[in-house]
Ligand binder design. Structure first.
Ligand SMILES: C[S@@+](CC[C@H](N)C(=O)[O-])C[C@H]1O[C@@H](n2cnc3c(N)ncnc32)[C@H](O)[C@@H]1O
Length: 287
């Protein structure tokens, strides 16, 4: 939804913009094209590899600064960068394709890797800790709450049983246990039934919903009147956070909601990039 995101931000030369999720820098590149001359982009990502990749994507530009931090700390980051206010902010939340495809990070159940799933490798808690140390009841709650998985209790029970013999160490071990719990074989082509549980554990590892709520609230407070905030999400709970926050702020007269309904990717985009299928874009303007 690159085109839709960029046009929704109403950018103009000279704007100061926060890209809270720099990733590979694809959105940042288009933002920079729209705000030169004179504009400035601050890019954040909690994954240090993202900043390195984005540097390469943005090598033709000068007026940007990439910072390795969680967007829940954006107050501190923007103050340190002497930013006074923002003309636009973008949150393209969730996991990036390069994180999913990375053979060492454990985000994908299709790639055998240690159970990690940390976007910020400096953080203590990893998927290994949640899977091997959390109480069965807490595991079931995470899988139920973040994945709306009807087999959550059973999956948690199978995990708790399996780890009695030895710790669950890899993505494929965990996927195998989930498949057994759900009780039907995975036939290629369909979405793997373990996907939802993996996503739930990843959301818990990175406290993705807590960080999102905190980051969005802070970003709105930095916007100039007329400044826009765009949120792209891939999970219904994330979309709900943006929706409810914008609705609450609109009732208080703080923002005007630009997208009454979320914008969905065009069919052609979903064919080219099947991962974009569940994407939703919501936009609000500071008033
Ligand atoms: C979908 S990707 C962004 C892709 C990017 N818009 C692009 O054009 O390449 C999401 C990125 O957000 C980062 N991220 C997720 N939660 C974050 C948080 N709380 N703070 C900072 N970065 C975060 C991830 O590490 C990942 O690199």
């Amino acid at each position: 939804m690159l085109k839709e995101v960029i046009s929704s931000l109403n950018l103009k030369p000279g704007d100061i913009v926060l890209d809270a999720t720099i990733g590979g820098g694809g959105h940042a590149r288009e933002i920079l094209k729209s705000i030169i001359p004179g504009g400035r982009l601050i890019g954040l990502d909690q994954d240090p590899i993202a900043a390195r990749m984005a540097e390469e994507t943005l090598k033709d530009f000068k007026n940007f600064k990439l910072i390795n931090d969680n967007f829940r700390n954006l107050d501190r980051v923007l103050s340190k960068e002497n930013v006074k206010s923002l003309d636009a902010a973008l949150f393209d939340v969730g996991v990036s394709s390069f994180q999913l495809d990375d053979k060492s990070r454990g985000f994908s159940l299709k790639i055998e890797a240690p159970l990690d799933m940390r976007m910020d490798p400096g953080q203590g808690l990893s998927a290994y800790d949640i899977v091997n140390r959390y109480k069965e009841k807490d595991l079931a709650d995470i899988i139920d709450k973040f994945a709306d998985e009807r087999f959550s209790a059973k999956i948690a029970r199978y995990i708790a049983q399996a780890r009695r013999d030895k710790p669950i160490e890899t993505t494929k071990e965990l996927a195998g246990i989930i498949h057994k719990a759900i009780g039907f074989g995975y036939k290629g082509g369909r979405i793997d039934p373990a996907t939802r549980t993996f996503q739930a554990i990843r959301i818990a590892v990175n406290d993705e919903l807590g960080a999102m709520e905190e980051g969005l609230k802070k970003a709105v407070s930095w916007l100039n009147i007329g400044g826009r905030i765009a949120v792209v999400s891939f999970h219904s709970l994330e979309d709900r956070i943006a929706k409810n926050l914008f609705r609450g702020y609109s009732e208080l007269g703080i923002v005007r909601i630009i997208t009454k309904k979320p914008i969905r990717p065009q069919f052609e985009e979903t064919v080219k990039n099947p991962r974009s299928r569940s994407g939703r874009l919501r936009v609000a303007e500071r008033i």
